[in-house]
Design a binder for this molecule. Structure first.
Ligand code: UFG
Length: 327
């Protein structure tokens, strides 16, 4: 297939682009490089552009006969979405709708969308299945849910097919050490723990030790970036016009913040300096996915289901690229 990948130079996009190419698909990456890294994708496949720029976007999408789009081009920090909601509504909703407009103009009938566990809000049942109520508790989750709803309406009215993939906690790096996580600022737990192991940060803070969990710290479901990327390929290849699919993506196992720190200490053979800090606003105590649906319907089979192997690949990336992509 010929695939138009918006935001393909970011962390999840770049890993997916690599797997798309390995699976024999044609790829064009459309990215404004505000958070992505040019060197994370093949240079000949990169078109620099913004979703806000509808003319450039539509021209790029009309340049080739695309079979499908993938949409990774969003802002994704929960905390920032609370203090700067406008950025999230403009980019994750308004600019994202331009992608749907361009798809209609260019007659592209399928899309795989990066959604999130944050659309569920505070869980009322665990593990979370796709039919769990969606009551997001922050602007990030609300903007992602709005786009899911737009997809459903576009599908009913115009017949587009879509798969909304609701990610839990993406982590890890390409097993060969050539692609990895490089956010600025970095807010995610696993890279921050590894920065503390490397001495790039003095220590990592544990946000909250009084949650109703076995050791008092938050529990999350970490999914390897390779397995997450693979799910996009499966969703793309299975999709038919008019499909409305949603899939959770996690491993179904929860690890606490303390367990992440202990596992990282084991993997790196280093001490992880840490301190205890107050809760971070907006963090649910436990988020664990049921990914049974994608296993059953698409045959998804994670290659790195264990936290240790997720951290091992991340550790290789950070050790070999202490300054990330260096841009
Ligand atoms: N944490 C710490 N210290 C840190 C960073 C994080 O204790 O320095 C804790 C958090 O409080 C949380 C856990 O580690 O309990 C994981 O935090 P991350 O920031 O790594 O990930 P989140 O669970 O907050 O966020 C992930 C995705 C978001 C998505 C969200 C859905 O990264 O994009 O899940 O809830 F929106």
């Amino acid at each position: 297939m010929n695939v138009f990948v918006a935001g393909g130079a970011g962390y999840i996009g770049s890993h997916t682009v690599r797997l798309l190419l390995e699976a024999g698909h044609e790829v064009t990456v459309y990215d404004n490089l505000s958070e992505g890294h040019a060197s994370s994708v093949p240079v000949a496949r990169l078109v620099r552009g913004d979703l806000a720029d509808l003319d450039t976007l539509t021209a790029a999408m009309r340049a080739k006969p695309y079979d499908a789009a993938m949409h990774f081009a969003a802002n994704c920090y929960v905390g920032e979405s609370v203090t700067e909601p406008q950025k999230y509504y403009v980019n994750n909703v308004s600019n994202a709708l331009n992608l749907l407009r361009a798809m209609r103009a260019a007659d592209v009938g399928k899309i795989v969308f990066s959604s999130t566990a944050a659309t569920y809000g505070t869980p009322v049942a665990t593990p979370i299945t796709e039919s769990h109520p969606q009551q997001p508790i922050n602007p990030y989750g609300r903007t992602k849910l709005m786009f899911e709803q737009a997809l459903a309406d576009y599908s009913r009215a115009y017949g587009i097919g879509y798969a909304a993939l609701r990610y839990f906690n993406a982590a890890g790096a390409a097993p060969d050490g050539t692609l990895g996580e490089d956010h600025d600022p970095e807010t995610h737990l696993i890279p921050l723990v590894l920065y503390a192991a490397m001495g790039k940060r003095d220590q990592v803070s544990i946000f909250g030790t009084d949650y109703d969990t076995p050791d008092g710290t938050c529990v999350r479901d970490y999914i390897h970036i390779y397995d997450l990327a693979q799910a996009h390929i499966l969703a793309l290849e299975a999709m038919r016009p008019g499909d409305r699919r949603t899939y959770n993506l996690g491993n179904g196992s929860g690890y606490s913040v303390r367990e992440v720190i202990d596992t990282a200490a084991k993997v790196t053979g280093r001490e992880i300096p840490h301190n205890e800090a107050p809760r971070r606003p907006g963090d649910p105590a436990v988020l664990v996915a049921s990914s049974e649906k994608i296993v059953r319907e698409l045959g998804w089979k994670p290659r790195f289901p264990h936290l240790e192997s997720i951290i091992e690949t991340a550790w290789r990336w950070h050790r070999e690229h202490p300054d990330g992509y260096g841009d």
